[in-house]
Design a binder for this molecule. Structure first.
Ligand SMILES: *Cc1c(COP(=O)(O)O)cnc(C)c1O
Length: 344
């Protein structure tokens, strides 16, 4: 970690108009954010069950308890009415997940957090470049965490970052990502090593390498083009899938949302799995985002009560191919085959 990481951070800082700390991946970004706000043993963090396992693992890594919540069935983002029922005196933070790139009613998340004195750590791994009410995600709010994994809106091969206006958090993260070695970030940016150093808190080897940063810098330069492609492909899917029986789309405004995935729900058929199998045989690989975390062995005791809405939504989800090299003709094919399978 040295000059390239500094340059990538500076460029991201201009992009978000806020301080940024780069780390080894998005899960590490969440973990360090949680520890930086003081989340620890005995604390609870409310998070949608319908998310990537990284969100949950980051919370349990900080020794707190992830409290799985239901999502709103239109946006698939956290449902605050349900979240309210999960509050206890131990609730320290809420982690909204910007599912597929959309953020739901993010203003309400902040009102909720203010009302109950909670910190907000946005899992914005899907939402790099998305705007909400004309503000870029990360440029406002408490703490936003992004991932630069190979399939995300931009990539550094592997990587992630924390964006916040809270400079104390950024400083804590800057030490914690380098094994807790105080002020090691500044030394590395000026090409020095730390031989005499202070460590006064738990740290991790979570820094970003120059190799990753240099990939990230080039990706950021291409972001405008990459995001336009993602948005126009998602709009094209929307156009073809608008009034198809059994299919429910997520209603995003793709002038504001930069989609990481294009997910639909197949309702009233119970055929999701067989549809996926048939599509795969035709060369169309699909995904399921996500298996609800509260059904995983490690988290099976975290749900305070059953989450039937989440279970039903899960059984309907199919993620269709979406990446910047996809062609409209390929989407025509995907949609044609999908509709044929649904109607079988
Ligand atoms: C990708 C992702 C993460 C974690 O990012 P990594 O860089 O893979 O560690 C966290 N949350 C969600 C919702 C993600 O999609």
């Amino acid at each position: 970690m040295g000059k390239d990481v500094e340059e990538f951070e500076n460029k991201l800082s201009s992009f978000f108009e806020r301080p940024v700390a780069c780390v080894v991946n998005g899960t590490a970004a969440l973990h360090l954010s949680l520890e930086a706000i003081g989340v620890s043993f005995g604390d609870e963090v409310i998070v949608p069950s319908l998310t990537y396992i990284g969100s949950f693992q980051s919370i349990s890594a900080s020794r707190a308890k992830p409290v799985p919540c239901v999502v709103d069935s239109e946006t698939l983002t956290i449902d605050l009415n349900s979240a309210e029922k999960l509050l206890t005196p131990n609730t320290k933070a809420i982690m909204p997940v910007h599912y597929s790139g959309g953020v739901g009613a993010l203003d309400e998340v902040y009102l909720f957090a203010k009302k109950y004195n909670l910190r907000v750590i946005e899992d914005a791994a899907h939402a790099f470049g998305t705007s909400y009410k004309n503000n870029r995600i990360g440029s406002v709010g408490d703490i936003s965490c992004f991932s630069f994994d190979g399939i995300k809106n931009i990539t550094s091969g592997e990587g992630g970052c924390i964006v916040t206006g809270d400079i104390e958090i950024i400083n804590k993260v800057r030490d914690a990502r380098l094994l807790g070695v105080e002020k090691d970030t500044q030394k590395r940016y000026s090409g020095e090593r730390s031989w005499n150093f202070k460590v006064s808190s738990q740290g991790y080897r979570y820094h970003m390498s120059n190799i990753m940063a240099s990939i990230g810098i080039v990706q950021l330069e291409k972001f405008h083009e990459l995001s336009k492609k993602r948005q126009s492909l998602a709009k094209y899917y929307d156009k073809l899938l608008r009034e198809i029986n059994y299919i429910k789309r997520i209603n995003h405004n793709y002038d504001q949302v930069v989609p990481h995935i294009y997910t639909i729900r197949i309702q009233g058929t119970n055929k999701r799995d067989s549809i996926r199998e048939s599509l795969l045989k035709k060369g169309i690989e699909t995904g399921v985002h996500y298996f609800p975390n509260h059904h995983l062995d490690f988290y099976k005791n975290t749900a305070k009560k059953p989450l039937p809405i989440t279970d039903r939504i899960y059984s309907e989800l199919i993620t269709l191919p979406l990446h910047p090299d996809l062609k409209e003709a390929e989407i025509d094919f995907i949609v044609h085959e999908l509709i044929e399978e649904i109607n079988k």
